[in-house]
Design a binder for this molecule. Structure first.
Ligand code: SF4
Length: 278
């Protein structure tokens, strides 16, 4: 992947930072350690239905944009959801079928609203570029080209709608915009969250200043987790370097079976509990 990205010559001290690493560190340093540093990686809990649902929708939309423009239609998009469907984590076949139908409708309605024949510049594109003291990288759901500028698009399938502040304050979207600017040598200011269940878009137009603020925040977090990792490698105490941060999120943590504090802090919930079942 690096060869494709032309990263030769980057000093090795730059820390690779993905949005997932940042969010995991912010959520719980112990989870970060188990996910990214402990080897072998501790066993994870089983699949969760909401994650399966999100993956299916992402895969269907990727396949949709892989089609020639004249082969795309709302019906084809709906059929792609069916073709990519998985039932991992759902309560039973009935619940899975219910959500497969919902996802088909979400995707059908979503593509019906897209400008006819619009083809993104890139879909599910891995981006990676030096940004300040870090290498910002990750897989962008979609990069659109509009009015001569590039736009970062991220799909969401959660049960809650999104606010403008979700797009404005998103470290993930900010990092993607910074990496896209560097990698494509193009202007990229606009970031968008596309919420499939409600068919709404939360968007934000960054300035150089607002992107610099997000970059500073990412650099600060990266410095924190890199410092902790370096001290751990030198024999530091894992519990103090990577403290637990308990909360409701512990109910959905992949590593709760290895974490007594997390199990005490939040109840074990079924794998379909994050779905909108009403
Ligand atoms: S269960 Fe909670 S406290 Fe434990 S590792 Fe997971 S997120 Fe952290």
């Amino acid at each position: 992947m690096q060869g494709q990205l032309g990263l030769e010559g980057i000093p090795s001290k730059l820390v690779r930072v993905t949005p997932a690493r940042l969010s995991t560190w912010q959520l719980c340093p112990r989870k970060y350690r188990m996910n990214y540093l402990d080897r072998p990686t501790p066993s994870r809990s089983g699949a969760r239905a909401n994650a399966t649902l999100g993956a299916v929708v992402h895969n269907a939309l990727r396949a949709y944009f892989d089609l020639r423009a004249d082969q795309r239609s709302p019906e084809r998009a709906s059929a792609l959801v069916r073709e990519h469907w998985k039932s991992d984590g759902f309560a039973d076949p009935e619940q899975a079928a219910d959500f497969r139908g919902r996802a088909q409708e979400w995707v059908r309605g979503y593509v019906a609203e897209l400008p006819a024949g619009e083809t993104p510049l890139a879909v599910e594109r891995w981006v990676s570029a030096p940004v300040g003291s870090i290498i910002a990288e990750g897989r962008v759901d979609r990069i659109d080209e509009r009015h001569g500028e590039l736009v970062v698009v991220d799909y969401k399938t959660g049960r809650f709608g999104l606010q403008i502040s979700d797009a404005r304050d998103s470290l993930a979207l900010g990092l993607y915009a910074l990496a896209v600017r560097k990698q494509f040598h193009r202007t990229c200011r606009r970031v968008e969250l596309h919420h499939l269940p409600s068919g709404t878009v939360a968007s934000w137009e960054h300035t150089a200043e607002s992107l610099a603020e997000l970059r500073d925040r990412a650099e600060q977090l990266a410095a924190e987790f890199q410092r902790a990792a370096d001290e751990l490698a030198l024999g530091g105490d894992p519990e103090s370097l990577f403290p637990v941060r308990t909360g409701r999120h512990c109910s959905w943590c992949d590593f709760r079976s290895h974490c007594p504090e997390g199990r005490q802090a939040a109840p074990d919930l079924p794998s379909w509990s994050a779905l909108e079942t009403g």
